[in-house]
Design a protein around this ligand. Structure first.
Ligand SMILES: Cc1ncc(COP(=O)(O)O)c(C=O)c1O
Length: 409
């Protein structure tokens, strides 16, 4: 079937939740995707931060094709050889003590909210029901299932599904005073993204993060860092919170962990982790042998000498080139981000830039209506950045001041 036939079939058969770009991907190689006509696209979106090693990475392909491995799934009722080593690796890297494996980001968030609730109950000594409040941040995105959705900021995602989880309060990002006044004895947990991804690549400030940590400690609340988009190498560090020396109680990872297959993890401090006991939480597919083997390989590759330094170097180069473009083109209002999680906020809607980019063989997306977001594979070269910038220049030049309608992220 060609693109038109597939698109028509989808229109008749899929529940209409996505507005797809007009691109039928049939093959990938490194930082490039190819459509059915062989047209090549430089991918600066990386499957929304999943394809951190690019497409068809030879070592990932080797893990997938290893003829000596026959287990795809065994269930969590029995052992396999790969979950424990992966847990050991992730806990060492994060400074936490224990792991629970799930499948998707939103599922990890759900588990973390349950764990925080279980911990609060265990430690409440009689006042359990009062510590159920959850603080989340304006501009945040944590997922689409009910708990995660309840802590996700944009109303357009939450409103159609109310009533949601009770007791969630949103704090203005980087507003320390608002954070302080919101910390009542009823707060059981605070969830945040150190760099808010869907929110438009907004970095939280050090003073805000440090105060969040201090308030959690002082009030016996759990600090949850959602590193689903900004973690696992994206900023040139294992975790984005490490830049500030934070010590969260729970860390969540997903997206790139199994190099393209679904795998997520809840990493928790010992005392918090032990608020769960057998039977309190679980998931059929979480931490399957194939996903764990892929994740071990992913972490091995990231841990090689120079890999994360190179991410920081490429990120700094990319950011520098975006800044230069901003100096040329007044339509760019601000350049933001860290490592290879970068954005250019425009003075106009960005939907048309995404469409023109695709025509020019460039993939990136637009979030918050005006923010062009770049989440390229961590293995990009400087020459890929140069190609993107050269392609963006005429596109942004052609965009005028606000005239078209806003767009969806
Ligand atoms: C920070 C963050 N948390 C949670 C999620 C939800 O992850 P998933 O789509 O795998 O459920 C996302 C997805 O974009 C995310 O960026």
């Amino acid at each position: 079937m060609n693109f038109r036939e597939i698109a028509d079939l989808e229109k008749r058969t899929l529940i209409p939740t996505y507005e797809r770009l007009p691109l039928l991907a049939v093959r990938g190689e490194g930082c490039f995707l190819f459509d059915e006509n062989g047209k090549r696209y430089l991918d600066f979106l990386g499957g929304l931060a999943v394809n951190s090693l690019g497409y068809a990475h030879p070592e990932i392909a080797e893990v997938l094709r290893d003829p000596s491995e026959s287990l795809l799934h065994v269930s969590n009722l029995i052992y396999h050889r790969y979950q424990a080593p992966l847990a050991e690796k992730l806990t060492k890297l994060s400074g936490l003590d224990r792991a629970f494996f799930a499948n998707t980001g939103t599922e990890a968030v759900e588990g973390a909210l349950k764990l925080a609730r279980a911990w609060a109950r265990k430690n409440a000594k009689g006042a359990a029901s009062e510590r159920y409040e959850l603080l989340a941040l304006e501009n945040s995105f944590h997922g689409r299932t009910f708990g995660a959705l309840s802590s996700t900021w944009p109303e357009k995602y939450r409103k159609p599904f109310e009533p949601l989880l009770p007791g969630v309060k949103f704090i203005r990002s980087n507003d320390v005073a608002h954070l302080r006044e919101s910390f009542t004895p009823a707060v059981g947990a605070l969830i945040l993204e150190v760099i808010q991804g869907e929110g438009g690549v907004v970095e939280l400030h050090e003073d805000f993060l440090k105060e969040a940590e201090r308030l959690c400690r002082a009030n016996g609340a759990i600090l949850i860092c959602d590193e689903i988009q900004c973690g696992l190498g994206r900023t040139g560090r294992w975790f984005a919170y490490q830049k500030f020396g934070l010590k969260p109680d729970i860390v969540l990872v997903a997206k790139p962990l199994a190099a393209g297959l679904p795998l997520a993890a809840i990493l928790a401090r010992e005392e918090v982790a032990l608020a769960f006991s057998p039977g309190m939480h679980g998931t059929t597919f979480g931490g399957g042998p194939l996903q764990c083997r892929l994740a071990l390989k992913y972490l091995e590759i990231l841990g090689r000498p120079g890999f994360l330094e190179q991410v920081r170097e490429r990120g700094a180069y990319f950011r520098g080139q975006l800044e230069r473009l901003k100096a040329e083109l007044p339509i760019i209002r601000e350049v933001r981000g860290d490592g290879l999680m970068l954005a250019a906020e425009l003075d106009a809607p960005g939907k048309d830039a995404v469409r023109q980019g695709l025509e020019a063989g460039l993939i990136f997306n637009c979030t918050q209506e005006r923010v062009l977001r770049f989440l390229p594979p961590l293995v990009i070269e400087r020459s890929h950045v140069d190609t993107l910038i050269a392609g963006l220049r005429p596109i942004l030049t052609s965009l005028e001041a606000p005239k078209t309608q806003g767009v969806h992220a």
